[in-house]
Design a protein. Structure first.
Length: 248
Protein backbone atom coordinates (compact mmCIF):
# COMPACT_ATOMS: atom_id res chain seq x y z
CA UNK A 1 0.00 0.00 0.00
CA UNK A 2 1.34 3.44 -0.89
CA UNK A 3 0.08 6.59 0.79
CA UNK A 4 0.56 9.80 -1.13
CA UNK A 5 0.83 13.14 0.65
CA UNK A 6 3.03 14.98 -1.89
CA UNK A 7 2.57 18.45 -0.46
CA UNK A 8 2.86 17.57 3.20
CA UNK A 9 4.54 20.07 5.48
CA UNK A 10 6.67 17.69 7.50
CA UNK A 11 7.28 20.36 10.13
CA UNK A 12 3.75 20.11 11.50
CA UNK A 13 4.64 16.85 13.19
CA UNK A 14 5.16 17.81 16.80
CA UNK A 15 7.39 15.68 18.99
CA UNK A 16 7.65 15.64 22.76
CA UNK A 17 11.20 14.29 23.17
CA UNK A 18 13.11 13.03 26.19
CA UNK A 19 16.17 12.10 24.14
CA UNK A 20 18.46 11.41 27.08
CA UNK A 21 16.01 8.79 28.22
CA UNK A 22 15.48 7.37 24.72
CA UNK A 23 11.77 8.26 24.63
CA UNK A 24 9.81 10.37 22.11
CA UNK A 25 6.07 10.98 21.98
CA UNK A 26 4.52 11.96 18.64
CA UNK A 27 1.49 14.21 18.92
CA UNK A 28 -1.65 13.15 17.02
CA UNK A 29 -4.57 15.50 17.84
CA UNK A 30 -7.81 14.18 19.33
CA UNK A 31 -6.32 10.89 20.54
CA UNK A 32 -5.82 11.69 24.23
CA UNK A 33 -2.61 13.59 23.60
CA UNK A 34 -3.33 16.29 26.16
CA UNK A 35 -3.04 13.74 28.96
CA UNK A 36 0.06 12.10 27.47
CA UNK A 37 1.79 15.47 27.07
CA UNK A 38 1.01 16.23 30.70
CA UNK A 39 2.72 13.02 31.83
CA UNK A 40 5.73 13.58 29.56
CA UNK A 41 6.21 17.00 31.11
CA UNK A 42 5.64 15.80 34.66
CA UNK A 43 7.93 12.77 34.38
CA UNK A 44 10.66 14.09 32.06
CA UNK A 45 10.18 17.86 31.87
CA UNK A 46 9.63 17.26 28.14
CA UNK A 47 7.52 19.71 26.13
CA UNK A 48 6.97 20.62 22.49
CA UNK A 49 8.24 24.16 22.99
CA UNK A 50 11.12 24.76 25.40
CA UNK A 51 13.65 27.53 26.13
CA UNK A 52 16.67 27.31 23.84
CA UNK A 53 19.16 27.08 26.69
CA UNK A 54 17.42 24.01 28.15
CA UNK A 55 18.29 21.69 25.24
CA UNK A 56 21.61 19.95 25.77
CA UNK A 57 21.84 18.14 22.43
CA UNK A 58 22.40 19.12 18.81
CA UNK A 59 19.32 20.33 16.99
CA UNK A 60 18.60 21.79 13.55
CA UNK A 61 18.70 25.63 13.41
CA UNK A 62 15.37 25.55 11.56
CA UNK A 63 13.73 24.49 14.85
CA UNK A 64 15.03 27.53 16.74
CA UNK A 65 12.54 30.39 16.92
CA UNK A 66 14.03 33.29 18.84
CA UNK A 67 14.67 32.10 22.36
CA UNK A 68 12.66 28.86 22.06
CA UNK A 69 12.94 25.51 20.33
CA UNK A 70 9.90 23.84 18.82
CA UNK A 71 10.41 20.11 18.48
CA UNK A 72 9.33 18.73 15.11
CA UNK A 73 10.20 15.59 13.22
CA UNK A 74 12.56 17.54 10.96
CA UNK A 75 14.59 18.80 13.93
CA UNK A 76 16.51 15.53 14.26
CA UNK A 77 18.79 13.39 12.11
CA UNK A 78 18.26 9.69 11.54
CA UNK A 79 21.20 8.96 13.82
CA UNK A 80 19.73 10.99 16.68
CA UNK A 81 16.47 9.04 16.44
CA UNK A 82 18.06 5.58 16.34
CA UNK A 83 17.30 3.18 19.19
CA UNK A 84 14.56 5.40 20.60
CA UNK A 85 11.13 4.39 21.79
CA UNK A 86 8.89 6.54 19.56
CA UNK A 87 5.21 6.15 20.37
CA UNK A 88 1.85 7.69 19.54
CA UNK A 89 -1.87 7.05 19.84
CA UNK A 90 -4.60 6.70 17.22
CA UNK A 91 -8.39 6.67 17.33
CA UNK A 92 -11.32 5.29 15.36
CA UNK A 93 -11.19 7.41 12.16
CA UNK A 94 -14.83 8.53 12.22
CA UNK A 95 -14.77 9.43 15.92
CA UNK A 96 -11.45 11.25 15.51
CA UNK A 97 -12.85 13.34 12.67
CA UNK A 98 -16.06 14.17 14.55
CA UNK A 99 -14.03 15.18 17.59
CA UNK A 100 -11.82 17.27 15.30
CA UNK A 101 -14.88 19.12 14.02
CA UNK A 102 -15.87 19.99 17.59
CA UNK A 103 -12.35 21.24 18.29
CA UNK A 104 -12.14 23.18 15.01
CA UNK A 105 -15.33 25.05 15.91
CA UNK A 106 -13.41 26.69 18.75
CA UNK A 107 -11.06 28.28 16.23
CA UNK A 108 -13.40 28.87 13.29
CA UNK A 109 -16.84 30.11 14.46
CA UNK A 110 -18.31 29.72 10.95
CA UNK A 111 -18.04 25.95 11.34
CA UNK A 112 -20.59 26.04 14.16
CA UNK A 113 -23.32 26.45 11.57
CA UNK A 114 -22.11 23.48 9.53
CA UNK A 115 -22.79 19.78 9.97
CA UNK A 116 -20.02 17.19 10.22
CA UNK A 117 -20.83 16.10 6.66
CA UNK A 118 -20.45 19.66 5.37
CA UNK A 119 -17.10 20.13 7.11
CA UNK A 120 -15.89 16.81 5.71
CA UNK A 121 -16.95 17.77 2.20
CA UNK A 122 -15.19 21.13 2.61
CA UNK A 123 -11.97 19.48 3.80
CA UNK A 124 -11.92 16.87 1.03
CA UNK A 125 -12.51 19.58 -1.61
CA UNK A 126 -9.80 21.82 -0.12
CA UNK A 127 -7.22 19.05 -0.06
CA UNK A 128 -8.13 18.02 -3.61
CA UNK A 129 -7.62 21.56 -4.91
CA UNK A 130 -4.68 22.47 -2.67
CA UNK A 131 -2.90 19.34 -1.34
CA UNK A 132 -1.57 19.87 2.15
CA UNK A 133 -4.12 22.56 3.02
CA UNK A 134 -6.45 22.09 5.98
CA UNK A 135 -9.61 23.72 7.24
CA UNK A 136 -8.05 23.06 10.65
CA UNK A 137 -5.22 20.75 11.74
CA UNK A 138 -7.57 18.83 14.06
CA UNK A 139 -9.19 17.35 10.94
CA UNK A 140 -5.97 15.64 9.84
CA UNK A 141 -6.16 11.81 9.72
CA UNK A 142 -3.80 9.72 11.83
CA UNK A 143 -2.04 8.41 8.73
CA UNK A 144 -1.14 11.98 7.80
CA UNK A 145 0.16 12.87 11.26
CA UNK A 146 2.08 9.70 11.99
CA UNK A 147 3.84 9.21 8.66
CA UNK A 148 6.62 11.74 9.00
CA UNK A 149 10.24 12.40 8.08
CA UNK A 150 13.39 13.36 9.94
CA UNK A 151 15.99 15.97 8.98
CA UNK A 152 17.66 13.49 6.60
CA UNK A 153 14.39 12.87 4.76
CA UNK A 154 13.88 9.37 6.18
CA UNK A 155 10.64 8.21 7.75
CA UNK A 156 10.46 8.05 11.52
CA UNK A 157 10.34 4.45 12.76
CA UNK A 158 7.38 4.36 15.12
CA UNK A 159 7.91 1.79 17.87
CA UNK A 160 4.33 1.62 19.10
CA UNK A 161 0.90 3.05 18.23
CA UNK A 162 -1.72 2.62 20.92
CA UNK A 163 -5.47 3.08 20.55
CA UNK A 164 -7.44 5.65 22.52
CA UNK A 165 -10.26 3.11 22.80
CA UNK A 166 -7.87 0.68 24.50
CA UNK A 167 -6.01 3.25 26.58
CA UNK A 168 -6.25 1.25 29.82
CA UNK A 169 -4.16 -1.57 28.32
CA UNK A 170 -2.06 0.33 25.78
CA UNK A 171 -0.85 2.94 28.26
CA UNK A 172 0.46 0.09 30.41
CA UNK A 173 2.47 -1.18 27.44
CA UNK A 174 3.90 2.32 26.91
CA UNK A 175 4.89 2.68 30.56
CA UNK A 176 6.74 -0.65 30.56
CA UNK A 177 8.64 0.28 27.40
CA UNK A 178 9.51 3.73 28.71
CA UNK A 179 10.86 2.28 31.96
CA UNK A 180 12.93 -0.21 29.96
CA UNK A 181 14.49 2.53 27.83
CA UNK A 182 15.11 4.81 30.81
CA UNK A 183 16.90 2.03 32.70
CA UNK A 184 19.31 1.31 29.85
CA UNK A 185 20.15 4.97 29.18
CA UNK A 186 22.55 6.09 31.87
CA UNK A 187 21.77 9.76 31.35
CA UNK A 188 18.03 9.12 31.40
CA UNK A 189 15.83 9.67 34.41
CA UNK A 190 12.24 10.04 35.45
CA UNK A 191 11.40 13.06 37.60
CA UNK A 192 8.47 11.13 38.98
CA UNK A 193 6.99 7.68 38.28
CA UNK A 194 4.58 7.36 35.38
CA UNK A 195 1.02 6.51 36.44
CA UNK A 196 -0.16 2.98 35.73
CA UNK A 197 -3.39 4.37 34.32
CA UNK A 198 -3.90 7.48 32.24
CA UNK A 199 -6.93 9.53 33.26
CA UNK A 200 -8.41 11.36 30.29
CA UNK A 201 -9.95 14.80 30.59
CA UNK A 202 -13.64 15.29 29.88
CA UNK A 203 -12.66 17.11 26.70
CA UNK A 204 -10.71 14.09 25.48
CA UNK A 205 -13.50 11.64 26.26
CA UNK A 206 -15.45 14.06 24.15
CA UNK A 207 -19.08 13.33 24.87
CA UNK A 208 -21.13 15.84 22.88
CA UNK A 209 -24.91 15.97 23.24
CA UNK A 210 -25.12 18.13 20.12
CA UNK A 211 -24.96 15.52 17.36
CA UNK A 212 -24.59 18.05 14.54
CA UNK A 213 -20.91 17.16 14.36
CA UNK A 214 -21.64 13.45 13.84
CA UNK A 215 -21.29 12.06 10.34
CA UNK A 216 -24.37 10.63 8.69
CA UNK A 217 -24.23 7.28 6.88
CA UNK A 218 -23.65 9.26 3.70
CA UNK A 219 -20.84 11.19 5.39
CA UNK A 220 -19.14 8.00 6.57
CA UNK A 221 -19.28 6.61 3.03
CA UNK A 222 -17.85 9.90 1.71
CA UNK A 223 -14.97 9.55 4.19
CA UNK A 224 -14.28 5.95 3.18
CA UNK A 225 -14.18 6.85 -0.50
CA UNK A 226 -11.96 9.91 -0.15
CA UNK A 227 -8.28 9.71 -1.07
CA UNK A 228 -7.54 11.62 2.11
CA UNK A 229 -9.15 9.32 4.70
CA UNK A 230 -9.72 5.94 3.04
CA UNK A 231 -6.42 4.40 4.20
CA UNK A 232 -7.13 4.96 7.90
CA UNK A 233 -8.85 1.64 8.53
CA UNK A 234 -6.34 -0.56 6.71
CA UNK A 235 -3.29 1.18 8.16
CA UNK A 236 -4.52 1.38 11.75
CA UNK A 237 -6.42 -1.89 11.95
CA UNK A 238 -9.79 -0.42 12.89
CA UNK A 239 -12.94 -2.27 11.77
CA UNK A 240 -14.39 -0.96 8.54
CA UNK A 241 -17.68 0.87 9.21
CA UNK A 242 -20.71 -1.14 8.10
CA UNK A 243 -21.66 1.76 5.82
CA UNK A 244 -18.43 1.11 3.88
CA UNK A 245 -18.39 -2.68 3.83
CA UNK A 246 -18.73 -2.78 0.04
CA UNK A 247 -16.45 0.20 -0.59
CA UNK A 248 -13.19 -0.82 1.13
Amino acid sequence: MKLRFPEKNWEIDHLIPALNSGVIFMDNPKTGTRSVRREMERSFGAKWEVPRHSVGHRISPKCVHGGVIRHMSTCYTTEQLQNKFIYAFARDPVHKFESGVREARNYIPALRNMTGDEVLEMQIKLHSESPGKWVNTHLQPSTYRLITKDLDGKFLPLSYVGALENIAVDWGVVVKEIEKYVSKNRSGRLRSPLPRSLPLTHKEIDKDLNNSTFLSDKGVRMMCQSELYKYEWECLGYPIPPQCAELL
